[in-house]
Design a protein around this ligand. Sequence first.
Ligand SMILES: Cc1ncc(COP(=O)(O)O)c(C=O)c1O
Length: 487
Amino acid sequence: MTIDHVLINGGETLAAALKRCDDNCLGLVVAVDNGGRFAGVVEVGAIASSLASGGSLGARVDGLADKSARTLPAGADDATMAKALNGAVLPLLDADRRPVGLASAGRKRRIPVAEPVLSGNESRYVNECLTTNWISSQGAFVRRFESDFAQRIGAGHALAVSNGTVALHLALLALGVGKGDEVIVPDLTFAATINAAFYAGATPVIVDVDRTTWNIDPAAIAAAITPRSKAIIPVHLYGQPAAMDEILALARRHNLVVIEDAAEAVGARYNDKACGAIGDAGTFSFFSNKLVTTGEGGMVVFRDAEAAERARRLRDHGMDPKKRYWHLEIGYNYRLTNLQAAIGCAQLEQLDGFLARKMEIAARYAAGLGPIPHMTLPAKLPGLKNSHWAYSIIPDMARLGITRDELADRLERARIETRPLFYPLHAMPPYKPHAGNRAFPNTDWLSENGISLPSAVSLTDAEIDYICGVLARLHTTRRLVQDHRIA
Ligand SMILES: Cc1ncc(COP(=O)(O)O)c(C=O)c1O
């Protein structure tokens, strides 16, 4: 976004300014006089107020320009800019008061959806692996990571594995799910959830999600249960806990196992129990965009010691733990390295701080975005602690004439990275046959309209305020453009 995208001559009309606001995605213009000198800022909110009180779109821009709007000198250093900004977008003026640039939180960096924070003991522990030569999957950090993790979430048995996908595969195998069994999965999730069912030789059954929690709908599960049903995989999507009481009650009634896909939900709690430690098994991902990361990595936890033992054996080629190179069944190499576990141990030490920051980020977004009409934010429900791994919203811009993907493009131009919500599994070729003749209205709606905003622990308050400001102005701009049919 350069200054050219926001500049407008003060003699132009408000209609032209509005068009500019729409094109530049920032919802503001910077007016200049005929000599190119700063003549004030016009935010789209001022245009909205003027029109609401009978003003005309044919009026001159300079009539509405805020001449005393804050500006910064073109040579301002990073510290000065950071101090002045607080989420705002400010023109940078040269010595002759000509606007030559824009300062905003998006100028410093493209604000990422996620990024790891590795500022604890990560390098010290990894170095310890290097200097002691313990770099493969045998090493003290692997055992420490497993026991720290099990303790942290209150799980009986934890096994570190190569990633969150194989964690699901191991959980299914260790709990005896295989050929001929049906595994009920939500339509709105990452493909790993359903892929693992295929790896186990089972038959996935896709069901719709709940419109409020965005997680698997217990009523849809109940309707999909058949005599062949063997397992349910609720996913705690984006850190929001699934309806575990209802799911466990169904599982008990129909003798099903429950594997919680908590890949995105480390730190989330359901009625004060850690997500992932509530069902028969729980799985976690430590991919680099997750709250706790090991680069690639995962954990599978079990309630039952026997299932955990079976998973341990399968993780290591099905080898007899008492007899090296004697294989009791066909297994896999799903081990995590000591190097990765070293990073994981250091990450766990910081988890409380990470979670606290996630709560602050969510609260700041809620305050900034809450007043925007028709904006659906993550539901706050009694007894559920959302870990807010990805702060995701349904901005419902379709009613304002732009699709979710067009919104993402606009935010990208403002240097704000976003991520679409997952596509419905039932819509994708490999999974379509597993949708039966069920309807998926909630997943369809969420998937078409939902977007995840920057949610990294490293996000600053100024960045959040900037993102909220851009979204609010974008909303006002689109409303005016629609109402006044600006082409
Ligand atoms: C819901 C869900 N399940 C499973 C996985 C798989 O985890 P991994 O990428 O570590 O294999 C992910 C990862 O992104 C996920 O989001």
